[in-house]
Design a protein around this ligand. Structure first.
Ligand code: 5BU
Length: 273
């Protein structure tokens, strides 16, 4: 897998065949942000309020929609309206993990109707390739062009088993579904995990576990900084409590935005020398 991480988001937007990735890179370039806010708030009001206040500074809003205690149509209408107004994408961190048949029902239907509103979802390959095949099929048949999957190739929690051969298998499965797999959730860029080198690929790397001031939490979370993540080849930085739980979330998101953008600019500048 060839890495495109030395190119600018603008260059990658032009070259990329996937319309959703093009849009993602274009948003990043226009708003000068590679921040994904992990908005782990538990009521609709809190979720929409933080999305509205921080929306101008983020490229993507990541949700755990099943933790919203009063979830309903107004949650989704509000998120969709704010995503349009502030120009960000919606990423539901659902971590699909079941057999393909079940996952299709969880994605397309149920109470959450994730496919209707979330541009991006993620899935684990623990169940094998069928899970990605199932989501890919739903996306192709769904009649909506801007939908995509991130494969959970690694996790940030202490003792995670998503390493080595597992991470490598994540990359190999992604390579089989280039139309709907946008890239990975991983701590770093994964080109060294691929046996097959394809010069046309440009998987996007989303990195969770990003925090400017903490090294981790009491429940096994492990953090790195925006700078180390971008230096490791990450393209989009997922940060939650470091931003929304700060005393001044708007000030905090601006700090993360600046740190992420500066690190990205250093990366593309040094790659062009
Ligand atoms: P935090 O508050 O920045 O620690 O939140 C991290 C978010 O990213 C939270 O929603 C997790 O569920 C999510 N996450 C993670 O922390 N680590 C992972 O490996 C993956 C997701 Br995948």
């Amino acid at each position: 897998m060839a890495s495109r991480s030395g190119l600018s988001y603008e260059q990658r937007a032009v070259q990329h065949p996937n319309p959703l990735v093009k849009k993602l890179f274009a948003i990043a370039e226009k708003k000068k942000t590679n921040i994904v806010l992990s908005a782990d708030l538990t009521t609709t009001n809190e979720l929409l309020d933080i999305a509205d206040r921080l929306g101008p500074h983020i490229a993507v809003l990541k949700t755990h929609i099943d933790i919203v205690s009063d979830f309903g149509p107004s949650t989704i209408e509000g998120l969709t309206e704010l995503a349009q107004r502030h120009d960000f994408l919606l990423f539901e961190d659902r971590k699909f993990i079941d057999i393909g048949n079940t996952v299709q029902k969880q994605y397309k239907g149920g109470a959450l109707r994730i496919h209707d509103w979330a541009h991006i979802v993620n899935a684990s390959i623990l169940a094998g390739e069928g899970i990605i095949q199932a989501l890919d099929q739903t996306i192709r048949d769904g009649g909506v062009s801007e939908r995509g999957i991130l494969i959970l190739a690694e996790m940030t929690s202490k003792g995670s088993l998503a390493v080595g051969e597992y991470t490598q298998a994540s990359v190999e499965i992604a390579q089989k579904f280039p139309q709907s797999v946008l890239g990975f959730v991983s701590t770093k860029e994964l080109s060294s995990h691929s046996r097959v080198a394809s010069p046309d690929e440009d998987f996007v790397v989303f990195t969770t576990g990003v925090n400017l001031s903490s090294k981790g939490d009491a429940l096994g979370q492990q953090y790195q900084t925006p700078t180390t993540a971008i230096e490791g080849g990450s393209d989009f930085l997922i940060a939650g409590r470091g931003i929304y739980a700060a005393a001044e979330p708007v000030t905090a998101v601006k700090e993360y935005q600046q740190a992420g953008w500066d690190a990205y600019q250093r990366r593309i500048t040094s790659a062009s020398k």
